[in-house]
Design a protein around this ligand. Structure first.
Ligand code: HEC
Length: 356
């Protein structure tokens, strides 16, 4: 290759290290601007697009999908080609996006370099459907019938079937309702909660509701919460609030002290985390962050034969760094993370299920 090949390799390795260490808060902090003057779009992309996540090959998305993705990613490079920020009329909203979006104040690449990256992706994208394929024939063995209609636009945030009784719960994000149905589809109970319910744990003695927040849409405000009530009671008790869009909750004793901890996947938006809530002796809750980036989406318990006492964890992350991480339980609520699988940000992990 050209004379840039040696430094290019070295620098790429350095970037990879940073990417694996999750250090790239602001691309501009990484420096190395003029050194890349001679790189073409592909080389630039392989240098810069790995700062925050795995390298997205242009072929992973159809050509038509790239302009929007590059408008979005351009913000991290200091370019607002799609006017995503400048078209926002609310200055507070824009300031909030600047603060937490980690966008640089000045462009990281010069306009020619940024244009070269854009050209590379837009010209070498893959082919494939951008729109979902048309629906096929209806399923022959099933018949659909409407069991319930809402007065608002339905935005179902949860469907939970209770196999023992045959009934189910339905939560709606628009009117924040939680409605219970019997096996025939008749309503047996209905209540309004402080936000949209995304998970309902029905234990022998206890019911627990995880609320993503007051709105479902991506947002950096921390309006998520967890509520509990004893079975048979009607009033919910607030257990945790100020959560960043919690989407999944595991409640279990992780340190063998007969008290339960809560592992919360706070998906968030630009702010989010994987956090562990423990109850203190005075009844207060303490929050520890196991991982500090957004996109935490799902978690499972894993018991390894060698140590049946302490459960280990498997956690799935989406958004930028899509990956599956094993958290080895070292006792005393200390966990040792090990990444098992990594995918580029276009992959789209959504849920993790480990059969018992
Ligand atoms: C400063 C960090 C950063 C850099 C640098 C970066 N990305 Fe991203 N990327 C993100 C984050 C954060 C997300 C997920 C959140 C979002 O959609 O904004 C993401 C998501 C994506 C997605 C998936 C978007 C979706 O809708 O799910 C694609 C594709 C992508 N990036 C491509 C690129 C390309 C190509 C480059 C280089 C030009 C790049 N990224 C550089 C942070 C970065």
């Amino acid at each position: 290759m050209k004379r840039t090949s040696v430094p290019f390799t070295l620098i790429t390795i350095f970037f990879l290290l940073i990417a694996n260490g999750y250090g790239a808060d602001k691309l501009s902090d990484l420096g190395f601007l003029d050194e890349f003057e001679e790189l073409d779009g592909e080389q630039l992309s392989k240098t810069y697009c790995i700062a925050c996540h795995l390298y997205p090959d242009p072929k992973v998305l159809p050509k038509e999908a790239w302009p929007y993705q590059l408008d979005l990613m351009g913000l991290y490079f200091g370019y607002d080609d799609g006017r995503m920020l400048s078209s926002l009329s609310d200055p507070a909203k824009r300031a909030d996006l600047y603060d937490v979006g980690k966008y640089p104040d000045e462009a990281v690449l010069n306009p020619f370099q940024w244009a070269a990256i854009r050209d590379f992706y837009e010209s070498s994208g893959g082919s494939g459907p951008v729109d979902p394929p048309p629906l096929g024939e209806p399923l022959a063995l099933f018949e659909t019938s409407l069991v319930y209609g809402t007065s608002t636009i339905p935005v179902t945030s949860l469907v939970k079937v209770i196999p023992e009784v045959g009934g189910f719960y339905l939560a709606d994000a628009e009117d924040r309702s939680l409605v219970q149905f019997d096996s025939k589809g008749f309503i047996t109970d209905s209540e309004i909660l402080p936000g949209s319910v995304v998970q309902l744990d029905l234990e022998e003695q206890m019911e627990r509701a995880t609320i993503i927040g007051r709105i479902m849409h991506p947002s950096n405000s921390a309006t998520g919460s967890i509520f509990e009530r004893k079975k048979g009671e009607s009033d919910w008790r607030l257990i945790a609030d100020d959560l960043h869009r919690p989407v999944h909750l595991l409640t279990l004793d992780l340190d063998g002290d007969d008290h339960q901890e809560m592992l919360i996947n706070e998906f968030g938006h630009y702010v989010g985390s994987l956090s562990l809530l423990t109850s203190l002796e005075n009844g207060a809750m303490k929050k520890n962050m196991l991982r500090g980036d957004p996109g935490s989406i799902s978690a499972c318990v894993l018991y390894l034969d060698e140590n049946l006492e302490l459960p280990h964890l498997l956690v799935l992350n989406a958004q930028a760094r899509e990956e599956l991480t094993f958290y080895r339980n070292r006792g005393d609520l200390r966990f040792e993370p090990e990444t098992l699988l990594q995918k580029p940000p276009s992959f789209g992990y959504t849920q993790l299920l480990v059969p018992r």
